[in-house]
Write a protein that binds this ligand. Structure first.
Ligand code: NAP
Length: 321
């Protein structure tokens, strides 16, 4: 029996033929099986695991797959994998940085503009037939051009968002644990502490990884300290925001709106309270979802898997945790 490369989603032939005939490619059909329950049934045969950011790879999964040599995650974030545990076992974890930076920044900026100007709510009014007349204050939002933006997590994507903000003549603030002097020079970005950022900026955009340190970074207290006309944009990870507190703040008018591409629980349950609010723009985690970018991510994953299986050093290895 051939060793297995297990893909937790259906991946088209262009990206998998390079592994045949040496490996068997097993793909989960997501509406029929839970990939993490399914993969363990293949046990010792699995040598590579090709995951998405939805798949929780923990020690119990790794226990059942003693011959896995590489995990290639389709995403730059890797909070779904117990990387420390995988690395302790000598498993190489790879991800897809850089190739998705610009697409994700495009989406985040689109989300920012949609929430600022209530585009989905206005669009729904056209479809529902509740658009009756041009009125001075119907669907009025807040201006993006010339406003202040604070980016928490000024990494690859955060900086790409800042480049877009510069084109809108925005005042750019950022918070990272480390200063980025180059970005300060080229983008005229101002380094501030997280409290100052939250209290000062009209647009607060999250692009830090989800870690113990960033979980619920935006909690009830942070939301209370934000401006009344603030727009929160989260296309990083849902866990960075206390969603119950966000619901309360949006409902009470403590902040103006939120644009969310990510949630604590995904898919977001359709009866989630946030979906009852007109000032929430909710998207199904599509930050990197352009055709070209998704192709690049798959190519990158395929190359990483091949390198490890052929005993070479792969690119895009998640650093030691
Ligand atoms: P990156 O280049 O590693 O940037 C992350 C930034 O966050 C770094 O500048 C880092 O700077 C900062 N950071 C880390 N810990 C922090 C903390 N405790 N407080 C404040 N800042 C902190 O990563 P990236 O490629 O830009 O991706 C960022 C995140 O976006 C990913 O982790 C992923 O979760 C998310 N993402 C979402 C989508 C989507 O589809 N919605 C797509 C791609 C990525 P310091 O180390 O100096 O603090």
């Amino acid at each position: 029996m051939k060793p297995i490369i297990y893909c937790t989603r259906s991946i088209d032939e262009r990206f998998t033929t390079l592994f045949r005939p040496t490996y068997e490619i097993v793909m989960a059909t997501i509406d029929q099986v839970d990939p993490m329950e399914d993969v363990v049934t293949y046990g010792e045969r699995v040598e590579a695991l090709w995951t998405t950011i939805d798949d929780q790879v923990d020690a119990s999964v790794l226990d059942a797959l003693p011959n896995v040599r590489v995990i290639a995650n389709m995403g730059v974030g890797f909070n779904n994998i117990d990387v420390k545990e995988a690395q302790r076992r000598g498993i190489i974890v790879c991800h897809t940085p850089d190739v998705l930076t610009e697409s994700t920044a495009d989406l985040a900026f689109g989300l920012l503009m949609s929430a600022a100007r209530q585009l989905p709510e206005a669009e729904r009014s056209v479809r529902k037939g509740t658009w009756k007349a041009w009125e001075p204050f119907s669907y009025t939002g807040v201006d993006v051009y010339g406003a202040s933006i604070g980016i928490i997590g000024m990494g690859r994507i955060g900086e790409a968002v800042a480049r877009r903000a510069k084109g809108f003549d925005m005042d750019i603030y950022y918070y990272n644990r480390n200063r980025k002097e180059e970005a300060e020079r080229t983008l005229e970005a101002k380094y501030v502490d997280v409290d100052t950022l939250i209290e000062t900026c009209q647009f607060v955009v999250l692009f830090a990884p989800l870690t113990d340190e960033t979980r619920h970074l935006i909690d009830a207290d942070a939301l209370k300290r934000m401006r009344k006309d603030a727009v929160l944009v989260n296309a990083a990870r849902g866990g960075m925001v206390d969603e119950e507190a966000l619901y309360e703040a949006l409902q009470a008018g403590e902040i103006f709106a939120a644009g969310l591409d990510v949630f604590k629980e995904e898919p977001l349950p359709t009866d989630h309270p946030l979906l009852t609010l007109p000032n929430v723009v909710a998207l199904p985690h599509i930050g990197s979802a352009s055709i070209r970018t998704r192709e690049k991510m798959l190519q990158m994953n395929a190359r990483s898997i091949r390198a490890v299986l052929e005993g070479e050093e792969p690119n895009n290895v998640v650093p030691k945790q």
